[in-house]
Design a protein around this ligand. Sequence first.
Ligand code: PHB
Length: 393
Amino acid sequence: MSIRTDLLSLAATGIALAVAAGAAPASAQESVKIGLILPMTGGQASTGKQIDNAVKLYMQQKGDTVAGRKIEIILKDDGAVPDNTKRIAQELIVNDKVNFIAGFGVTPAALAAAPLATQGKIPQIVMAAGTSIITERSPYIVRTSFTLAQSSTIIGDWAAKNGIKKVATLTSDYAPGNDALNFFKQNFTAGGGEIVEEVKVPLANPDFAPFLQRMKDAKPDAMFVFVPAGQGGNFMKQFAERGLDKSGIKVIGPGDVMDDDLLNNMGDAALGAVTAHLYSAAHPSAMNKEFVAAYKKAFNSRPGFMAVGGYDGIHLIYEALKKTGGKTDGDALIAAMKGMKWESPRGPISIDPETRDIVQNIYIRKVEKVDGELYNVEFATFEAVKDSGKTKK
Ligand code: PHB
C-alpha cells in the first residue's frame, strides 16, 4: 500500500466519522437550553435566589435529562431592570439559541421580554411576576406564579365579612400593587367596607416611616399591604418601630408581605396578620413537608412562594418536553402545557388552557407561633381559583 492510499483512506475515515456524528439524531446531541433570567442582585434578589434554588433542587431530585435530552440552565442576572431583561433575553435567544426563557422576578421584566417570546416563538415561563395582564402580552407566555387578583379579591371579601369596616391601604406604586389595590377595593367595598386612607410607596428602597404615621393617624381597623417579595421584613420592622403593632391596627393583604422566606425574622409584630395567598411553608400536605425539608437541607433556609413558582415552572418545562418527546418546537410545547394539571407543594394546580395562566387554591392564613417559629397557618381554602383580572373581551 502506498503512502498516498493510506492518507486517502485516513481522510475517508475522518469524513465518515464526521458524517456519522452529523447524522446522529439531534436529540442525542444537543441539550435543551433554558435561559433563566432573574434578579440575583438588588432589591428583588431574594426572589432570584429562591427560584434559582428551587430549580436546582428540582433538577437534583429528577435528574438533568428529559426525553433523552440534557437540560442546560443558563442563569442571567437582570437586577429586575426591564432594559436588562430585554437585552439579556435577546442575547439568549439569538446567540445561545435557548429553547425557553424563564424566571422574571417583576412584572416590568416579564413585559419587556414578551415581544421577544412572540417573535422567536419561544415559550416564556413566568415564575414570579403577578400582574394579570402579563399572559395577554404573548401567546407564548405561561405562568406558574400567581396573580394579585387571585389573592386580593379573596382577602377583600374576608375582611368585609369579618368585622373589618375601615381599611387604610399601603401598596407598592407599580402594576402589581395597583392590581392588588383595585381588586381588594372592589370586593371590600362591595361587601360594605370603607377605604379611609390610600398611600402608594415607591418600589425601589421604600422608606415606609412617613406613610406609617399617616396610617396610624387614620385609625383604621386594618391596614391592607402589598409590597413585593423581599420587602416584608423591612416593612414589619418599621411597622413595629412606629408602634403600629400596639395600636390594634391589623395587617391584612395578599401574602407577599408575609413571605415565609422572611417571616421568621419579623418578630412578634407579625403575629395575627391575616393574608390570602397561594403558598405557606406550613401547608400540611405530605408533598410540601418533603419539599420544605429538602429545601432546608440543601439551602439552610425556608422556601417561600417564589421558590414554589420556580419549582413548578421547571416541572412544567420537564413535563411539556416529555409530551413532545423532547421536541422543542415552541407551538408544540405551549400546546403541551395548556390544561396540564399536577400536585405542587402548594396544593393542586393547573394551567388554564384558555389563558395559559395558573389555576390554584388560595388559602387564608394567620401568622402564629408553631414550635417557637412563625408560620402562616392556613385556616380556609378557596379551591381552583382562576385569575379574574384579565381584560374583559
Ligand atoms: C411583580 O412585580 O409582578 C411582583 C413581584 C413580587 C411579588 C408580587 C408581584 O411578590
